[in-house]
Design a protein around this ligand. Structure first.
Ligand code: 5CA
Ligand code: ZN
Length: 439
């Protein structure tokens, strides 16, 4: 489906270091990509409600990763080329339940929310994915993927529904099971799966953790013909099929909020290992080489979630007069991996920071620019690059710009040299290219 319009990214002088990410599977800081092509799959929205600041924070984190790649040189000595795929879960239980509750056609609901999501992403200056792919448009891809798993004997029926047998994958649990930093036991996995769309207690399953890959048609629910009967796809296979179709059987980064570690990302990876077990070219990795997870944004003491209804919508903030760049600044002020709370002062703090940066720029730009070294501005570029390099440390990257702004604001205008005045352009471009903040 159509993505959204991307903002221009200024090209900065020189190049930055290749970014490294904390990998959920190992707990280690590893190169996000070695290049020359960096490949990213980020789980996208289920479009039954507007974009809240939790979604926006997570997608901003991946945007910073993409921006760091675009600025960096790969091991091959060239700038990375980025292929970024994001899905839209445009048919699934929560969407259908909301449509039924509101007596609305599920397609209309999804269509409207996808349009709103695109508009929110664009105004936050989040660069669009190379491919934005809906589950419905990917039905043939999902069917072919399920057929691969069936050919390996990994699927079975419970009534008319089709399940994936986790016993088909000897490496099940490699992302979050015992021995990993998450270290989930089977009992914890069953509990998480029950809370996140699974059905561990369903009679007839061979294992409580086996998950649905094709759900037979139910009265009043949408369904499509397939070799598995009329029905609709399971959630985990949607992402496994789309990711491997657009990025190949092995790719660099699988990204999402930490609520997706189990079962979603564990299951998608497991599906892919089974589907591509034989005939996989290259050693080792099937599916993602690195798993990146963003912390959960909360509001009033709970994780912000559509089901709880404690939501702060991006669109609501904008309608209320918020500067989109202040919203973005507020999201970048937190490290992407931490859990944090949106509070009633979050936006005002970000707004004050944005104003400080803008007045420092205005001060520098009031001086006639001239030749010479813009030492302070160059330090901003180097500092922001260095902070983002290690696990996208945006809070410290913002602190680098704060330091520059505070220094400039403390200088009497006569002490701002023509060279520093021309450096203002570099600071502007740094904030724009690497942080996505247009000053
Ligand atoms: N469509 C699936 C992924 S395939 C889904 O989880 N959709 S979602 O709309 O619920 O979430 C979209 C993205 O936002 C996911 O990466 C999810 O982990 C993340 N997310 C959801 N709630 C929060 C939150 N409160 N804070 C941070 N990120 C969140
Ligand atoms: Zn997903």
């Amino acid at each position: 489906m159509d993505s959204w319009r991307g903002a221009d990214v200024p090209r900065l002088p020189g190049s930055g270091p290749a970014p490294r990410l904390h990998d959920t599977a190992t707990g280690e800081l590893v190169p996000a990509a070695t290049g020359p092509v960096a490949t990213l799959y980020a789980c996208g929205i289920t479009p039954y409600d507007a974009t809240h600041v939790g979604h926006a924070a997570t997608f901003t984190a991946w945007d910073v990763l993409v921006r760091a790649w675009l600025d960096a040189e790969s091991a091959a000595g060239r700038r990375f080329r980025v292929i970024y795929v994001q899905n839209v879960t445009d048919v699934d239980d929560p969407l259908l339940e909301r449509a039924a509750r509101d007596r609305e056609d599920w397609r209309e609901l999804a269509g409207r929310e996808i349009r709103r999501y695109r508009a929110d992403m664009e105004v936050l200056r989040i660069l669009p994915p190379t491919h934005l792919v809906g589950a419905v448009e990917a039905l043939p891809v999902i069917e072919a993927f399920n057929a691969r798993m069936a050919a390996r004997g990994a699927l079975y029926n419970v009534d008319e529904d089709v399940y994936f047998a986790k016993s088909a994958d000897p490496d099940f649990g490699a992302l979050s099971g015992p021995g990993t930093p998450s270290g989930f036991s089977l009992a914890e996995m069953a509990d998480l799966s029950a809370r996140r769309g699974g059905d561990p207690g369903r009679p007839g399953k061979k294992d409580p953790l086996d998950c649905l890959v094709w759900r037979a048609e139910r009265p009043g629910e949408p369904a499509w013909d397939s070799r598995f009967g009329r029905g609709r796809p399971g959630w985990h296979v949607e992402c496994a099929a789309i990711a491997t179709r657009y990025l190949g059987t092995a790719f660099d980064v699988q990204a999402g909020g930490s609520d997706l570690v189990f079962p979603h990302h564990e299951m998608s990876a497991s599906h892919a290992r089974v589907a591509f077990a034989a005939g996989h070219r290259g050693e080792g990795t099937v599916f993602a080489r690195v798993y990146a997870h963003a912390g959960m944004v909360g509001y009033r003491g709970e994780k912000m979630s559509k089901s709880l209804g404690n939501l702060v919508f991006v669109n609501q903030l904008l309608v209320g007069g918020a500067d989109p760049m202040a919203v973005r600044m507020a999201l970048l002020a937190q490290h992407y991996r931490s859990d944090w709370e949106w509070t009633d002062t979050t936006l005002a703090d970000a707004d004050a920071r944005l104003a400080r940066w803008r007045s420092a720029l205005a001060r520098a730009e009031a001086v006639q620019p001239g030749p010479g070294r813009a030492g302070r501005a160059e330090a901003v570029l180097a500092g922001v690059r260095a902070r983002l390099r290690d696990d996208l440390d945006s809070p410290h990257a913002l602190a680098v710009v704060d330091h520059w702004a505070d220094t400039l604001l403390a200088l009497p205008p006569t002490r701002i040299t023509p060279a520093e005045a021309s450096g203002a352009r570099l600071v502007r471009d740094t904030a724009d290219a690497l942080l996505g903040i247009s000053l």
